[in-house]
Design a protein around this ligand. Structure first.
Ligand code: ADP
Length: 504
């Protein structure tokens, strides 16, 4: 294993409140474990209710002071672009932090996680400059227009699997719109958020505009969501926690966006480019070691291709480079936490006990003491089995055969989730028909996991509410105010074009 050192401020980390490192009011700490060898690499505060109060007060003060919320979008954009440039300059270091914290293969952490974060700040900076209202021509004797305003303090709660990207999709857009933020990252993987906090302040985000409190969801997350000074909740995590937080936010009449679980179907039709379909199938379920809510853990394959696909997967998967995430060739790293690996192992065992056939994989591996799990393919699973219906969140693929397009669509839509889906076909009409019929927030045709800050994602059914990315997300971080200015009648009784909003 290549030795990497964490920046010293991350090793014994503090909260980041009001533009500086801020100690917790309590003395409990949470160890941060490198899943590639289970060594303790850092610790963060187990934040307290008092810490959340301090952070929300800082955010509320900063919002009211107006040095972020009331400046022009163009001025905010300049700061966000500086943050993006700093992310690019420090990409190698940040990718190493993310890799050590989550177990992500370093090549993906650089090319996907850090690059996407920088692109998201750049895209949000562009949208910050387009937060225009509209002049509405009405029959009223008035000049009437709308303007879009930031909401106030946004509570952002993020998960362990894509700490940098899923924090950035909230922070960049919330900041672009002029909000202030209190962010609680996942207790298992808080390091990239701490790294970025400093970058934001150095880029010129005023003190108190972005605040970060580390700690356990149940201990401080609920307090954050229900704090009277929070104006909106942005959450990514499990459907169970999302439903609970939606209830809490609802009680306080607070808008919430929630990007939750998923177990997308990847439908391979017999007319697909088979080589490409095999590669897509593999990357769809092993990317991020399967800890990807938009991954493709359910392969639905047209019956003629079932045996050839199973053979190809069994032949290819043992050769996908698995191991030390610091090595550039690694494709499958460890899973992020031992709790997660136990869940995966137990889901596989349960499926096999219930009659599924193990095509390949199925075992935990302890290379260097790391939390590895072999890429695993199961077939002969009933559609009602838990392995199909529930999210396993590991490198595990279930394979089912179908005969007709209608059957494929029915199987794809048969779970409670609906975040993503994929269609592999060379028939363009079929691609459109099936994409239209799938209950999912995003559909990939002849690919998997192409994402861009301009393209919204989010769920239907139990996969959540609202969309992240794109102009749709900016909408959710602003509200519209209508301003109607009565115009006095022309004292000389002449008709006035100006009253109709016309420019002479
Ligand atoms: P997972 O660990 O499966 O990604 P969770 O929904 O448990 O999903 O966690 C996602 C985020 O939500 C984490 O930051 C976690 O600390 C936080 N969290 C978990 N439970 C709660 C809760 N009851 N209230 C607020 N936040 C929570």
């Amino acid at each position: 294993m290549v030795a990497m050192t964490l920046p010293s401020h991350l090793q014994h980390a503090q909260h980041w409140i009001d533009g500086r490192e801020t100690p917790s009011s309590g003395d409990q700490r949470i160890d941060v474990i490198n899943p590639a060898n289970q060594s303790v690499i850092a610790s963060t505060p187990a934040g307290t209710i008092a810490d959340v109060d301090t952070a929300v007060s800082a955010a509320q003060r900063a919002f009211r002071a107006g040095s972020w919320s009331r400046i022009s979008g163009r001025e905010r954009a300049a700061v966000l672009l500086r943050a993006a440039a700093a992310l690019r300059q420090q990409a190698d270091q940040l990718a190493q932090v993310e890799s050590m914290d989550v177990g992500k293969p370093i090549s993906f952490a650089t090319a996907v996680d850090v690059n996407t974060a920088a692109e998201t700040y750049e895209y949000a900076a562009a949208l910050a400059q387009q937060l225009d209202g509209a002049v509405r021509r009405t029959p009223l004797p008035a000049h009437a227009y709308t303007q879009r305003e930031p909401l106030g303090v946004v509570a952002a709660i993020t998960p362990f699997n894509f700490p940098l990207i899923l924090s950035t999709t909230k922070i960049a857009f919330a900041l672009a719109a002029g909000n202030t933020i209190v962010h609680k990252p996942a207790e298992d993987t808080p390091l990239s958020a701490l790294f970025v906090a400093r970058i934001l302040t150095e880029a010129g985000v005023p003190d108190g505009v972005y605040n970060l409190v580390t700690g356990y969801g149940r201990e401080i997350g609920e307090h954050l969501v229900t704090h009277p000074d929070v104006a909106k909740v942005a959450f990514t995590g499990s459907s169970t926690t999302g439903a609970h937080l939606a209830e809490l936010a609802g009680r306080h009449l607070r808008p919430l966006t929630a990007e939750l679980g998923g177990n997308a179907a990847n439908i391979v039709f017999a007319d697909a480019d088979v080589e490409q379909a095999i590669q897509t199938t593999i990357s769809a379920f092993v990317f991020n070691t399967g800890q990807f809510c938009m991954g493709g853990p359910r392969l639905l394959v047209q019956r003629d291709l079932l045996e050839p696909m199973l053979e190809a997967l069994a032949a290819a998967l043992p050769h996908v480079p698995l191991g030390d995430p610091s090595q550039p060739e690694t494709v499958i790293g460890p899973v992020a936490t031992s709790r997660q690996r136990e869940k995966i192992a137990s889901a596989v065992k349960q499926a096999v006990d219930a009659g599924a056939t193990l095509v390949t994989g199925g075992q935990a591996l302890d290379l260097d003491g790391g939390l590895y799990f072999q890429p695993t393919v199961l077939t002969g699973v009933d559609n009602s089995a838990e392995a199909v219906q529930e999210e396993i969140f590991g490198p595990v693929l279930t394979v089912q055969a179908f005969d007709t397009e209608a059957e494929a669509i029915e199987l794809a839509n048969s779970t409670r989730y609906g975040l993503a889906a994929g269609v592999q076909t060379t028939d363009i009409s079929r691609a459109h028909r099936v994409a239209d019929a799938l209950e999912a927030g995003i559909v990939w045709v002849n690919s998997w996991s192409m994402l861009d800050p301009a393209m919204p994602f989010g769920g239907v059914k139990d996969s959540g509410w609202g969309r992240e990315n794109g102009p749709e997300q900016m909408e959710s971080y602003t509200r519209t105010k209508s301003v109607i200015i009565a115009l006095a009648p022309d004292p000389e009784g002449q008709a006035s074009n100006a009253a109709e909003g016309e420019v002479q």
